[in-house]
Design a protein around this ligand. Structure first.
Ligand code: SF4
Length: 438
């Protein structure tokens, strides 16, 4: 047996849930090889910085994190989206040990091996079967594919992460099953384009349990719905076949929740953005979804001040929002991404107009959201507990995803723990959160 002390790896994980899943895979692999994780730079033999390179502000944050790791530790491996533009990193930090792109798990692990060789102990099983995770124990992100076949004009993700590569349905389902066995109560399905799942492999079948399952959006939803955990769908573009998943929501198989990043409502802007499924009569569809599944929560994100957006385009988006009455909405003033074609499409919208439109958009949404939440007062809803102490608990309804949506603040004498699912009588609401008693 090798009796050197275990090598310790520090990790800084920036960016979106997809990057977080990459970080989880890297640490799972390293832990399996005998590395320990260090919470501090000082205690680490090498530090991995998983970067985000989507917006210029995210790049700046990533460079700052690399700078801190270099200053405080000095042995740094850089990975993630910004790794696809190594010159930006090398210019500032010529001494980083290695730079690898997103999903390059083996290269990251290889760079760590070079910096500090693993200590191998064949008698220890260091990794639980479900892998190591960076989210709380009761929910987990389930990444079903990498990359993206779309070419939205404001986005460089396909340049960074390549075209769509779907994981076989059997693999995804086995991972989901292990997570549920390990105590996960909520699975958050993520990818760049969830409803395109399987297009790249022509919906090939793969084996799971006693059957063949197609690598296809609806089939995956149906099978995930058999696992007994909450299944929440993120990054779903409204291709026509998404309609088929709504009955599964109405039947309680998967959560009545759709995160659809629409980004705009004006056909001119959507065309300039080259958004997928932008001609799919979304308003009518949302109406129909609500008929089939009245409890459905529709969440979306929008951009104000996209290059060339006129007053009329913006007003159209406000009117659309009035009609659509979406439950949850995020909105961002347009921020140019270096290398994205959108920057050259039209003259940029002046900063103050972008921000003014953002303010007006959010004002309208807050009114809608406040009304929607007020309508829940008096109802009894299932709530998953995120945190609990002697004074009460905090959780989320089926309509609230972690990090991005609202919370339920609960008064209770019950001894609750995170991951419990309890009935809560809703007593009050504001424009973001609910308040109730269990
Ligand atoms: S769908 Fe569009 S915004 Fe999303 S990753 Fe693909 S190209 Fe980028």
């Amino acid at each position: 047996m090798d009796d050197r002390p275990a090598a310790r790896v520090g990790l800084v994980s920036l960016g979106c849930p997809k990057a977080l899943v990459d970080s989880e895979r890297i640490i799972t692999q390293l832990r399996a090889e005998g590395y320990e994780l260090s919470k501090t730079y000082a205690g680490a033999d090498v530090v991995i910085v998983n970067t985000c390179g989507f917006l210029d502000s995210a790049k700046a944050e990533s460079l700052q994190a690399i700078g801190e790791a270099m200053a405080e530790n000095g042995k740094v491996v850089v990975t993630g989206c910004m790794g696809a533009q190594p010159e930006l990193i090398r210019d500032k930090f010529p001494d980083v040990l290695a730079i690898t792109g997103p999903q390059a798990y083996e290269s990251v692990v290889g760079a760590v091996h070079q910096a500090v060789p693993p200590r191998h102990d064949p008698y220890m099983d260091l990794v639980p079967p479900q892998g190591l995770r960076l989210t709380p124990r009761h929910y987990a992100y389930l990444k079903i594919s990498e990359g993206c076949n779309n070419r939205c004009s404001f986005c460089i993700i396909p340049q960074l992460r390549g075209d769509l590569v779907s994981r076989p349905a059997g693999d995804v389902l086995r991972e989901a099953e292990k997570l549920v066995k390990a105590g996960v109560k909520e699975l958050l399905v993520i990818s760049q384009d969830t409803s395109a799942y399987g297009v790249d492999v022509k919906y090939a079948e793969s084996r799971w349990q006693d059957r063949e399952v197609r690598t296809k959006f609806l089939d995956l939803c149906r099978e995930l719905g058999t696992l007994g955990a909450w299944t929440r769908l993120h990054y779903v573009y409204p291709y026509p076949h998404v309609d088929e998943a709504i009955p599964l929501m109405a039947e309680g198989k998967i959560l009545p929740y759709l995160d659809i990043p629409l980004q705009h409502a004006s056909p001119n802007v959507l065309r300039a953005m080259k958004r997928p499924a932008h001609q799919e009569k979304t308003l009518e569809r949302i109406r129909r979804w609500r008929e089939i599944c009245p409890d459905i929560t529709v969440r979306s994100t929008f951009i104000t001040g996209f290059p060339g957006e006129t007053d009329a385009d913006f007003e159209m988006m406000l009117d659309w929002l009035d009609e659509a009455q979406l439950d949850r909405v995020g909105c961002f003033p347009y921020e140019p991404v270096s290398g994205a074609p959108a920057n050259d499409l039209a003259a940029p919208v002046p900063e103050e107009i972008k921000l003014e439109r953002h303010r007006r958009f959010m004002e309208k949404q807050e009114e809608i959201s406040a009304q929607k939440l007020e309508a829940k007062i008096g109802k009894t809803l299932d709530v998953i507990i995120d945190e609990a102490d002697d004074g009460g608990a905090q959780g989320r309804t089926k309509g609230d995803a972690p990090e991005i949506d609202g919370l339920v603040h609960i008064r209770t004498r019950k001894k609750l723990a995170s991951g419990d699912i309890v009935s809560v009588k809703i007593e009050d609401a504001d424009e973001h959160d609910l308040f109730g008693v269990a």
